[in-house]
Design a protein around this ligand. Structure first.
Ligand SMILES: [Zn+2]
Length: 401
C-alpha cells in the first residue's frame, strides 16, 4: 500500500463547527508500505463537546487501509472467532432478536469481518443475511466457514438499492469512520422506512476503566470518541430516533474488559426536529484518561531505557499501535532491534524503522531476547512463545499481568 500521508481538518460531524481544542496529540512511527498516518490531534468540539481525531487522512485512505491492512481477517486462526467472541455472540443474538424478531427480515452487518455474528444469527433461524467488509479475505472466510455472503466493499460503494434492509448492525464500526456524515446518510438510505439500526461503540467516558496500555485507546484506527450523548447527537441529526440504550462491559481478552455503549435506533425523516444535547462528559473523561496514561507511560519508558542500555540485540513482538507509538515517543527507536514479529500476514515482509517484520515461526533458530510490545495480548504472546513455538529466548514484558 502506498498512500502519501495527507492529513485534513475535519468539521464536527454533529454541529458542523470547525473550532475545536486539542486535548492530546498521539504520534506513531510509520510502517514502510502500509501506514495510515503518523499522528493526529484528539480534539473537543467547541460547539457541542464531541471528541474526535482531527487532522487525519480522508475516508478513501481509510478504505484502502482496511482493504489491505485488515487486522480482522485472523488468518492465524483460519478466520475463526476468538473464544471471547464465541462467548459474546449468543448474548448479541438474544439482544438483536428482541428488536427484529422476524426471521425473514433483511439484515445487513456493516464491517462484519469474518461474519462470526452473522453465523450465530443464521444458526438462530435468520434467513436473509448479508455482510459488508472492505477486506476480500473476510468475504472468502465467511463463504468457506459459514456459506454467508459478504460484499467486499467500502460502505460508500455498496451495491444495494435504497430501502433494501430492515435492520442494520454496526458493532465496533462507527469509531473507525472518518466521513461520519457520508456513512450515516448511506445507512439512512439503505434502511427501509421505520428500519432499525443496532450500534455498539467504545464508551470514551470509560477509557480510564479499561486496563490497556497508556494512550492505547487513541489508536491508529479509532478516530471518533463517543459518549452516549454524542452518539445520540450524531444519530439524531442524521435522522434516527433512540429506541433503546444501555452500557455494557465484557471481556475481550484475558486481561481486557471493554466498556461500550449499545444503542438501537429507528429511522425517521432527516428533516424532523432534533435538539442537540451539550456533551460535557467526553472532555472530562478523556482528560482523566490522558492524565492516568501519562503516569503509566513514564514507568514504561524507564523500563525500556534500562532494557536497551547495553545495546544488546533485541526482537520486538507486535507492530500495531502499541509499538508504533513507542517507536515514536520512547527510546525504543534507538534500541538494537534485529527483527519485529507479528502474527498478521498483512504486516509480514514489510519494515518498521527499516527493520524487517517476520512471522512468529521465523523466530525458530533466533536466540535474541524478545520484548513483548502489547498489554492486552501480553500473556497470550508469552504463552505462544513458550508453549506453541517452544522457544527458550529470554522474554521481557512491560506490564505486570
Ligand atoms: Zn460539534
Amino acid at each position: 500500500m502506498t498512500i502519501k500521508e495527507s492529513r485534513n481538518s475535519r468539521r464536527c460531524a454533529i454541529c458542523d463547527e470547525n473550532q475545536n481544542r486539542v486535548l492530546f496529540q498521539p504520534r506513531f512511527s510509520g510502517l514502510a508500505l502500509g501506514s495510515l498516518m503518523t499522528g493526529y490531534d484528539v480534539v473537543v468540539c467547541e460547539g457541542c463537546g464531541f471528541c474526535f481525531a482531527d487532522n487525519v487522512p480522508d475516508q478513501t485512505a481509510f478504505d484502502i487501509y482496511y482493504r489491505e491492512m485488515s487486522k480482522y481477517e485472523h488468518q492465524d486462526r483460519f478466520g475463526q472467532p476468538s473464544e471471547f467472541e464465541v462467548r459474546q455472540f449468543p448474548e448479541l443474538v438474544r439482544f438483536i432478536q428482541k428488536y427484529i424478531p422476524d426471521e425473514q427480515a433483511r439484515i445487513l452487518e456493516v464491517g462484519c469481518a469474518n461474519a462470526g455474528l452473522l453465523n450465530s444469527l443464521q444458526q438462530s433461524g435468520y434467513k436473509n443475511l448479508l455482510g459488508i467488509d472492505p477486506s476480500p479475505i473476510c468475504a472468502q472466510n465467511a463463504e468457506q466457514l459459514y456459506r454467508i455472503r459478504v460484499l467486499t466493499s467500502a460502505l460508500s460503494d455498496i451495491k444495494a438499492e435504497p430501502g433494501s434492509f430492515d435492520f442494520i448492525i454496526m458493532v465496533a464500526v462507527l469509531e473507525h469512520i472518518q466521513d461520519l456524515n457520508g456513512a450515516l446518510q448511506k445507512i439512512h438510505d439503505l434502511l427501509a422506512p421505520l428500519g432499525r439500526l443496532f450500534i455498539e461503540v467504545p464508551d470514551a467516558t470509560k477509557f480510564i476503566s479499561s486496563p490497556d496500555a497508556p494512550f492505547q485507546e487513541f489508536s491508529i484506527e479509532h478516530i471518533n470518541f463517543f459518549s452516549q450523548k454524542s452518539l445520540e447527537n450524531v444519530m439524531g441529526i442524521h435522522g434516527f430516533t433512540d429506541v433503546f440504550s444501555t452500557q455494557v462491559s465484557y471481556d475481550q481478552t484475558d486481561t481486557y474488559t471493554g466498556h461500550t455503549i449499545r444503542m438501537v435506533f429507528q429511522k425517521h425523516n432527516v428533516g424532523d426536529k432534533f435538539d442537540l444535547i451539550l456533551d460535557n462528559d467526553s472532555e472530562t473523561g478523556l482528560k482523566n484518561y490522558i492524565d492516568a496514561s501519562r503516569k503509566v507511560e513514564n514507568r514504561i519508558h524507564e523500563t525500556i531505557n534500562e532494557l536497551i542500555e547495553g545495546q544488546n540485540p533485541l526482537i520486538v513482538w507486535g507492530v500495531g499501535t502499541h509499538t508504533q507509538r513507542l517507536m515514536a515517543t520512547s527510546q525504543l527507536a534507538t534500541a538494537n532491534i534485529v527483527a519485529f514479529v507479528d502474527a498478521n500476514p498483512n504486516y509480514q515482509g514489510k519494515r518498521l524503522n527499516n527493520v524487517p517484520i517476520i512471522s512468529p515461526k521465523s523466530l525458530i533458530g533466533m536466540g535474541e531476547p524478545i520484548l513483548v510490545s502489547s498489554r492486552i495480548f501480553q500473556s497470550e504472546i508469552v504463552h505462544q512463545i513458550r508453549f506453541e513455538l517452544k522457544l527458550n529466548n529470554s522474554i521481557f514484558t512491560l506490564y505486570e499481568d
